[in-house]
Write a protein that binds this ligand. Sequence first.
Ligand code: DAT
Ligand code: MG
Length: 152
Amino acid sequence: MAAERTFIAIKPDGVQRGLIGEILGRFERKGFKLIALKQLIPSRELAERHYGVHRERPFFSGLVDFITSGPVVAMVWEGDGVIASARNLIGATKPLEANPGTIRGDLAVNIGRNVIHGSDGLETAAFEIGLWFDSSELHDWVPSDQSWRVES
Ligand code: DAT
Ligand code: MG
């Protein structure tokens, strides 16, 4: 069975606030494996497809304006249970309700500037990875401590 992967993006506010290293470090220290990483300013088309499920919501155009306003750091992380675990590391959508210790709980106050995106399920993860990355940009590798990264 293929290892589980999730799509993570540091939004323009996280990049502007100098939080890239802080956020990457949390995923690295947790023990997940980085499969792809790039910085880009998303096109409107990419942002609208990424947030397509929210198309009818009142905040949609503001959300697309924001996510296309500057560089985003897009990533793919791999590991057992990484999709749900990444959501736990990220914290609740509303930063004021996110638990301390989570990225949003520690680093954000505003729902419209909540620093980071993470896929919310297997299907969305596969869709988002394919949307943001070409398969040639995904790099599989075996960390030297691989046996410590899986549940025994
Ligand atoms: P999440 O990013 O936790 O998966 P979501 O998928 O429900 O949350 O929404 C996507 C993004 O849209 C979210 O990170 C911030 C923005 N958003 C959601 N609800 C909002 C609201 N009520 N007002 C403004 N922005 C909102
Ligand atoms: Mg979501």
